[in-house]
Design a protein around this ligand. Structure first.
Ligand code: RIB
Length: 300
């Protein structure tokens, strides 16, 4: 089995639960506030480790209480934190407001902005490993990590979240691209609805825009996987959504674990979709990631 190496963000999520999300200029009453482990990278690492993959986290935290707590949380989840550097300055923070299963998030990068190409180049990557990244850490570091992965014969997975354009130099190094409906439109210029309906030349335009296998996540509607010569539609599961924070991270980390274990693509996608459907039934980001046994029970 290969190892999952997650290059990405680690955040201290300050989670506020409210009856509804406030609009611009509006104040609403909250019902609870708590600290929770988060950051898209750390969430993906926890998802991969709980799915059973040997997982290394590469990132940064500040020299502060949150940094110590988040590193301990990763270790408790079975993630190797040898790649996490402690830097001067604050740990990344995300202010997460949750209402009726929906959320809004504001992120202050802190130590995540300090991840640099030298740090990722120091990480050993082997054939069969799966290197995963998102867009909450500097692009130069991700390009360096994926370049190293490509030359080592490892597989790369990019989740371009939070949604932002992806430079061609990075997109060319991606084997699996995990996108939701907003990200696919912003990154590849193709509407999710057109891809799902196989309308016009949407799937050809997607292929022209990137060579990666594209995993379009559609929430309750499941996933659509589009590769150079294949299309797989995986139906969603009807669940009661408590908190969707980190659902995309859960899918990405679980998919990476499946790929590292050599699970055939369709089965790996089904497992990742089932894992994500479980994660939204629980509060929090990293704490909501299910174990392999829990996913087995859902799929049985
Ligand atoms: O994807 C969810 C994550 O986005 C949260 O945990 C928060 O830290 C932000 O990075």
């Amino acid at each position: 089995m290969g190892r999952v190496v997650v290059v990405g963000s680690i955040n201290d999520d300050l989670v506020v639960v409210a009856g509804r999300l406030p609009g611009p200029g509006e104040t609403v009453a909250g019902t609870s506030v708590s600290h929770s482990s988060g950051g898209k990278g750390a969430n993906q690492a926890v998802a991969a480790a709980r799915a059973g993959a040997p997982t290394l986290m590469v990132g940064g935290v500040g020299r502060d209480e949150a940094g110590d707590r988040l590193r301990a949380g990763l270790r408790d989840a079975g993630v190797d934190t040898a790649g996490v550097r402690v830097v001067d300055g604050p740990t990344g923070v995300a202010i997460v407001t949750v209402a009726g299963g929906e959320n809004t998030i504001v992120v202050v990068a802190g130590a995540n902005a300090r991840l640099d190409p030298h740090q990722v180049e120091a990480v050993a990557v082997a054939p069969g490993d799966v290197v995963v990244a998102q867009l909450e850490t500097p692009t130069e570091a991700t390009v360096a990590a994926f370049g190293r992965a490509r030359s080592a014969g490892a597989v790369t997975v990019l989740n371009p979240a939070p949604a932002a354009p992806v430079p061609g130099a990075l997109l060319d190094l991606v084997d699996h691209l995990v996108v939701n409906e907003h990200e696919v439109e912003l990154v590849l210029g193709v509407a999710a609805a057109d891809l799902v309906a196989d309308r016009g030349d949407a799937r050809q335009r997607l292929r022209a825009a990137c060579r990666a296998t594209v995993h379009l996540t559609l929430g309750a509607d499941g996933q659509l996987v589009l590769g150079p010569d294949m299309a797989i539609a995986v139906p969603g599961r009807a669940v009661e959504v408590v908190d969707s924070t980190g659902a995309g991270d859960c899918f990405t980390g679980s998919l990476a674990a499946g790929l590292a274990a050599g699970v055939p693509l369709e089965a790996a996608v089904r497992r990742a979709g089932a894992a994500a459907s479980l994660s939204v039934t629980r509060p929090g980001a990293a704490p909501s990631m299910p174990t392999a046994a829990e996913v087995d029970a859902v799929l049985a």
